[in-house]
Every structure is written in structure tokens, then in C-alpha cells.
Design a protein around this ligand. Structure first.
Ligand code: TLP
Length: 345
């Protein structure tokens, strides 16, 4: 059976060009700073994000943790959303490893944090309080339907940060999806950010790896923290080589994933038992609610899998689907047909 697996864009596989580049990569010991392919990837990442320097790390989770550790000291506070990946899905690593205190604000449905609420959460200088150090944003916002945050909003948060001497970190695991959806360069979304992490191993199809980007001083600190976490890699050029292909060949095609997600959403919106607003689907992620009293999301996705389509239950009645390479428009049709069969019982 042909399987259409929409559980996550982390399922993407390295392309033929990546596999060739990996086999031929020139390598060295990256802890000595001697891997030319890693260096080239880091320079490209810094350039694409408009930052001075970049650091190659093993995952998005490590990229975020390294960034938080570099911005904050133990006991400092960071402001972030209650739906943030960092808050929700990273084992509370910033608190567990870094002693960083999370100050949680409600995410608006479009992934933003209200800039006034951010400002109101900044701690006054008082011996009772932790020191507010960092604001964390997520772009695109995974749990808020893959919503992109635009440059105007980033500027609004930038003003709050500047006024109070705070740093901004962007969890930009899917920052290129945001850039493509908004029709801008990623760096235009990041002028107000002190640091950004982004992933090569999601829609961009590389097998492993994320980048942290920021000022040269920040990246020097991040490099120390990566080593602290055991994340110093040796001949990592074999992985970076795939990342270079990801950045040069796989960014522009994300538009296809966005079109496929929208097509799927429009098809699902026509089914009486499902709740979804297709206009809210701006990138490659979509969520919908089941309105079937007898069937919850885990049971529904199990039946769907029996019809060759895999999706992720993310709540008792909520399901997530993520469009990604190499799934096609025809795969979305196949997925919609499978839904019709499951709903028909
Ligand atoms: N997201 C994964 C799961 O962890 C939920 C997914 O399938 O979407 N930031 C954001 C916004 C992410 O969506 C993810 C992964 C990460 C960070 C962490 O990246 P990895 O998995 O490389 O540690």
C-alpha cells in the first residue's frame, strides 16, 4: 500500500544530491574548527539570517537550549508563550539544565505574544524578583497552526526589548517556511532578533542538524555551551554537506508544501464531521478538530492509518497534518479519499 505519511516534516529523507554531497564532503575536526564544510554551512547560515556568525548543532532542541544558556544566567527569567515548542516539547530543558525561570504568556491564535502583555511581564528591579533577560518567539508557530510572524510584529516586540534591555531569541525551526509564506527573505524577519535557531532536518530534507545564528560574541558563547552539552562534533562535514544542499536547493520549493497543506485543508473543510478554517493554513502545518462523538483522535488516526494515511493526534479531538517533500498534490487527493472511506465507516 502507498503510505501518505503526514505526521511531521521531520520525516523528510535526504535527496539524491544530499547523499552525493555527503559522500564527497571534505571534512576535518570541527572541535578544532578545522572542518571546511561545517564552516561553509555556518557562513551560509549567518548570511541567510543576516547575522555575523552561526553554529552547527545536532537538533532544534539543542539549538534552542544552547541559545537560552548563552543569553541567560541561572535564575534569570525568559518570557515565552504557553504553546511554544520550547515550553511544551523540550522537557523544560532551560529550567532543568540552565536554571532559567520561564514566564509564560498565552499565545494568541496566530502565534503572537501581545507586545503589551510582554511589557507588563517585564520585572521591575526589585530584590524579590528574578531578572527578566530574554523574550522567546517562534516562527513559524508549530502549535498555532504553522502561523508566520511578520516583520512588523517583530519590530513591535523589538521596541519592547530595546526599551527594557532584553534579548530576543527566535525559535525559527521553520523560519524559511515563514519567509516563503510572507514573500520576504528570512533575514528581514530577524533584524530585531539577537539570535535565531533554524532546522535543516524538517521541510528542508537534510537528515540531521540545526543552526544557531547571532553576533560573533554570542556564537563564541554558544560554541562553549554546545561543548558543555556534549554537542561538539568531529568530522561533521558529512552532515553539513547535506545542510548546504538544503539551503541552496530546498528553500524555494517549500511553496509546494504550503500549497499541498492548503489543498488538504480545503478538502477537509468540506467534510461535515471536521472543523478547520482553510484560510488559517498559511504554511505547511494544519490542525483540525473531529466532531464525531463516538470516535476520538487516536482512534480516528488509527483507522486512517489502515487506509494508508498517517497523521498525528495532538489532543483528544485534535489532529495535526504536515505537508512535506516529496508528497504531491495527488497524495493530498489520496489522503482526502482515505478520509471519505473512514468517515463512511
Ligand atoms: N518539532 C517536532 C516535534 O518535536 C513536535 C515536530 O514534529 O513538529 N522548534 C520547533 C518549532 C519544532 O517544531 C521542533 C520539532 C523543534 C524546535 C525541535 O527540533 P528537533 O526535533 O530537531 O529537536
Amino acid at each position: 500500500m502507498h503510505i501518505v505519511d503526514l505526521r511531521s516534516d521531520t520525516l523528510t529523507q535526504p535527496t539524491e544530491a544530499m547523499r552525493r554531497a555527503m559522500a564527497e564532503a571534505e571534512v576535518g575536526d570541527d572541535v578544532f574548527g578545522e572542518d571546511p564544510t561545517v564552516r561553509r554551512l555556518e557562513e551560509m547560515a549567518a548570511d541567510r539570517t543576516g547575522k555575523e556568525a552561526a553554529l552547527f548543532v545536532s537538533s532544534g532542541t539543542m539549538a534552542n537550549l544552547v541559545s537560552e544558556l548563552t543569553h541567560c544566567r541561572r535564575g534569570d527569567e525568559m518570557i515565552l508563550g504557553d504553546q511554544a515548542h520550547i515550553f511544551y516539547y523540550e522537557q523544560g530543558g532551560s529550567a532543568a539544565v540552565g536554571g532559567i525561570h520561564p514566564r509564560i504568556l498565552p499565545n494568541l491564535p496566530d502565534g503572537r505574544l501581545d507586545p503589551d502583555a510582554i511589557e507588563a511581564a517585564v520585572r521591575p528591579d526589585d530584590v524579590h524578583f528574578p531578572i527578566t533577560r530574554l523574550i522567546v518567539l517562534e516562527n513559524t508557530h508549530n502549535r498555532c497552526g504553522g502561523a508566520p510572524l511578520d516583520a512588523a510584529y517583530m519590530g513591535d516586540v523589538g521596541k519592547v526589548a530595546q526599551k527594557h534591555g532584553l534579548k530576543i531569541h527566535v525559535d525559527g525551526a521553520r523560519i524559511f517556511n515563514a519567509a516563503i509564506a510572507l514573500g520576504v527573505e528570512a533575514k528581514q524577519l530577524l533584524t530585531d532578533a539577537d539570535s535565531v535557531s533554524f532546522c535543516l532536518s524538517k521541510g528542508l530534507c537534510a537528515p540531521v542538524g540545526s543552526l544557531v545564528c547571532g553576533s560573533k560574541d554570542f556564537i563564541d558563547g554558544a560554541r562553549r555551551n554546545r561543548k558543555l552539552l556534549g554537542g561538539g562534533m568531529r568530522q561533521a562535514g558529512v552532515l553539513a554537506a547535506a545542510g548546504i544542499v538544503a539551503l541552496t536547493e530546498m528553500v524555494d520549493r517549500l511553496v509546494e508544501d504550503h500549497a499541498n497543506a492548503r489543498k488538504l485543508a480545503e478538502g477537509l473543510a468540506g467534510m461535515a464531521e471536521l472543523r478547520i478554517d482553510p484560510l488559517g493554513v498559511r504554511t505547511n502545518i494544519l490542525y483540525f478538530e473531529l466532531d464525531i462523538p463516538s470516535l476520538d483522535a487516536p482512534a480516528f488516526t488509527q483507522r486512517l492509518a489502515g487506509e494508508g494515511v498517517r497523521m498525528l493526534p495532538t489532543g483528544p479531538r485534535q489532529i495535526r497534518a504536515v505537508a512535506h517533500h516529496p508528497l504531491t498534490s495527488a497524495d493530498m487527493d489520496a489522503a482526502l479519499d482515505a478520509f471519505r472511506r473512514v468517515l463512511a465507516g
